[in-house]
Design a protein around this ligand. Structure first.
Ligand code: NAD
Length: 318
């Protein structure tokens, strides 16, 4: 009998059709996301009962969904962060979970720099004013000589560091597992989270959302930041307490923020939208043609390997 594979990300196979061909060559019956947006838990439950594999984006692969997936053997994440997948539950059920590490690092690092430059120079704010026929000047700061604080120095954090060097910035870092060899080569000083928060002019988040990072940045941490500092979050919304961030921005306790991710997606908190010192994008970090191609190919390869009894290249729960 034909094996069914569910594909939820809308961009899968759109830039490069090779991943779809790879799946079709295995004779899987492919079920594409019928709603053209993130699926809800209920919609996933309705679609997943007889599929053996899922290629999933940010849709909620909760324990409830997994409990209704009686034939599921593999969840192939189209991306890096697996915070939307109940990995422990999948492991208990002997369902493989894979991801595509590195596929989107350049895309996210470049967006991070786009947000840094935008907030530092008020590019979007100036654009908004110009469209309202206001020619007023906006004043910003230069990156050269400023201190960038990287929270998380994994794949994306390191790509951000490379770009920061080109801008003449000093780089400091905080990570659960500091890589001293890398830090020495690139010229990054590791320090405690509190010291980083109080020393940096720009703070950029690149840790996964997990138990230890939920609301890692809340009122206490924001209060440690310089009043002139800006916060960039291209990691996950839940890492920042959005209410505390709104207060800090509204009261000008920090100078600005650039956000690609939010606590409740697909939406950005309406209070944040009312502020001029914030730049908001709609979780577009990995949305480059190159990254979509790489993620698609790696996700398809993981899935095919897993379903044909081989060890997938990027298995998270061996
Ligand atoms: P990575 O695994 O290469 O790096 C993560 C780093 O965080 C590691 O060095 C790890 O040691 C560190 N870390 C983990 N827990 C920590 C903690 N509690 N405190 C301090 N450091 C901790 O991952 P990556 O590829 O660099 O991606 C980072 C995150 O970016 C992903 O988990 C994902 O949530 C997010 N992301 C967002 C987008 C987007 O579209 N905006 C796209 C890709 C990834």
């Amino acid at each position: 009998m034909t094996q069914k594979v569910l594909i939820t990300p809308r961009t899968f196979g759109t830039i490069d059709s090779k991943p779809i061909k790879l799946l079709r060559d295995q004779d899987y019956e492919l079920i594409f996301n019928p709603h053209g947006r993130l699926l809800t838990e209920e919609e996933l439950i309705n679609l997943i009962s007889d599929v053996v594999g899922v290629i999933v984006g940010l849709d909620p692969m909760t324990a409830k969904v997994l409990n209704s997936a009686k034939k599921l053997k593999i969840i192939s994440k189209y991306g890096v962060g697996v915070d939307n997948i109940a990995v422990d539950c999948a492991t208990q059920k002997k369902i493989m979970v894979t991801n595509t590490p590195g596929a989107n690092s350049l895309a996210v690092a470049e967006l991070t720099f786009g947000l840094i430059l935008d907030v530092a120079r008020q590019i979007t704010f100036s654009d908004r004013r110009l469209r309202q026929n206001q020619w007023g000047k906006c004043y910003g700061f230069e990156l050269n000589g400023k201190t960038l604080g990287l929270i998380g120095t994994g794949r994306i954090g390191r790509e951000v560091a490379v770009r920061a060097k080109g801008f003449g910035m000093r780089i400091i870092g905080y990570d659960l597992k500091p890589d001293l060899e890398w830090a020495r080569t690139v010229g990054v000083a590791y320090m405690s989270l509190d010291r980083l928060l109080s020393s940096a002019d720009i703070i950029s988040l690149h840790v996964p959302l997990a138990e230890g990072t939920y609301h890692l940045i809340s009122s206490r941490e924001l209060a440690l930041m310089k009043r002139s500092a800006i916060l960039i979050n291209t990691a996950r919304g839940g890492i920042v307490d959005e209410d505390a961030l709104f207060q800090a921005l509204h009261n000008k306790e920090i100078a600005g923020a650039g956000l690609d991710v939010y606590e409740n997606e697909p939406s950005a908190d309406s209070l944040l939208r009312s502020l001029d010192n914030v730049v908001l994008t709609s979780h577009i970090g990995s949305h480059t043609f190159e990254s979509i191609s790489r993620m698609g190919w790696m996700a398809a390869e993981n899935l095919v390997a897993g379903l044909s009894g081989k060890r997938p290249p990027y298995l998270l729960n061996p």
